[in-house]
Design a protein around this ligand. Structure first.
Ligand code: GN1
Ligand code: MG
Length: 372
């Protein structure tokens, strides 16, 4: 018997211009915000698969603005890639239009859906120990930066204002403590204190931007490893995905958020904190790929800020998990009751380890900027 969820998926797919016969679907659980499904169709004897997503409109209150950014940015990147190679088929996403010609469909309950072709023969990783893949990740996000370097920034909708405003994120943590909505403040006082002990360094890149030292560029703003697709056989990078948060930002934040995930010894929600640290070999691999790619496009201040960006992004993300835990888990999807606290403690441990290793991290960045 077809269950309610499947029925809904079939109905939504009918709204998009997908040819062929529906076969099946599976849930993809790696994101914390949107609901993602992989849907299989049979067309002329071949299986064609699609990524169908229900956008979280609590987080993205203007999803049409999100889709405007995504369609415009993907077309921009497609044109850039076509200038240097014959086809961009597997290097950029293809969003499907509805029969009415929109990039989204709204269901009978107001749910907001979008659909894109699954890139053939591609894989993604939430975490990997494969150094080649980590270096490729650095190249992928570096290229993304270069593709959008001359994108007209005034065309971008600010879909989540103050997204990487670390000062605001700390203010939200203070408000959550004050409100204590879920009654959890007392039990995590030590974690809260530890977050405030590193506030100064966590907010430093944002302050440097405010002071005009670091420029705003068009950035991805959610550069975790799982947001890159690789060729399933060669592990070469194909495309950067999840363009929901493309907005003006700091290059140090795209570098830093990627390091938070790609160069960690553990998953984002590792419970055993003894297993959580910055892996310097992974850090060097990502840095090598990224810096070699963006080398000629950064200011001196930006170059110096990259390692600090990793500290800021790790602690900011952790502070957001802690804030959500105190607010009663309204923002990030959780799979067990105290997962947001586990995530917050893990990111804190990683951030503290980065602080201890900052000088070493900076040296590695410098090495790749200075190589011939
Ligand atoms: C969220 O759901 P996902 O993986 O796209 C969040 C990011 C966080 C990330 C932490 C819009 O991203 O900012 O860094 O979780 N996205 C939003 O894993 O808040
Ligand atoms: Mg995202």
């Amino acid at each position: 018997m077809i269950q309610k969820e499947e029925q809904q998926i079939i109905e939504v797919c009918k709204r998009f211009d997908i040819r062929g016969e529906y076969q099946s679907y599976e849930i993809i659980n790696s994101g914390h915000i949107n609901s993602t499904y992989r849907v299989y169709y049979l067309r002329e004897g071949n299986i064609k698969d699609y990524i169908l997503q229900k956008v979280n409109t609590y987080v993205f209150c203007d999803p049409i603005a999100v889709m405007e950014n995504i369609s415009s940015v993907t077309e921009y990147i497609r044109a850039k890639i076509k200038q240097k190679q014959a086809t961009a088929k597997r290097n950029v996403l293809h969003y499907s239009k509805t029969l009415e010609g929109e990039y989204y469909a709204i269901d009978e309950n107001g749910g907001f859906w979008r659909c894109c072709r699954y890139i053939d023969d591609s894989v993604s990783f939430t975490q990997t120990d494969n150094i080649k893949v980590i270096e490729e990740s650095g190249i992928a996000f570096g290229e993304f930066q270069l593709y959008l370097a001359d994108y007209p920034v005034e065309k971008l909708n600010i879909v989540i204002p103050h997204f990487h405003n670390t000062i605001n994120r700390y203010a939200a943590l203070r408000a959550a403590i004050e409100e204590n909505q879920a009654g959890r403040v007392q039990e995590v006082q030590d974690v809260i204190d530890a977050y405030f002990a590193v506030e100064e360094i966590a907010t430093k890149p944002y302050r440097l931007q405010k002071e005009g030292v670091l420029p705003l560029r068009v950035t991805h703003n959610d550069t975790k490893t799982s947001n890159i697709l690789f060729d399933a056989h060669t592990f070469e990078h194909l495309s950067v995905i999840d363009l929901d948060t493309v907005m003006p930002g700091l290059v140090a934040f795209d570098f830093g958020d990627a390091i938070r995930v790609a160069a960690s010894t553990a998953e984002e929600d590792e419970k055993d904190l003894n297993k959580v640290a910055l892996d310097m070999q992974k850090y060097e691999a990502f840095t090598r790929g990224f810096v070699r790619t963006v080398k000629n496009s950064l200011t001196d201040a930006e170059k110096k800020s990259l390692s600090l960006g990793a500290i800021a992004m790790t602690l900011e993300c952790g502070a957001r998990f802690l804030t959500d835990y105190l607010n009663g888990d309204k923002y990030f999807r959780i799979h067990y009751p105290d997962q947001n606290l586990v995530r917050a403690k893990c990111q804190l441990t990683l951030g503290q380890d980065m602080i201890a290793k900052l000088a070493e991290m900076e040296k590695i960045v410098e090495k790749y900027f200075n190589e011939e």
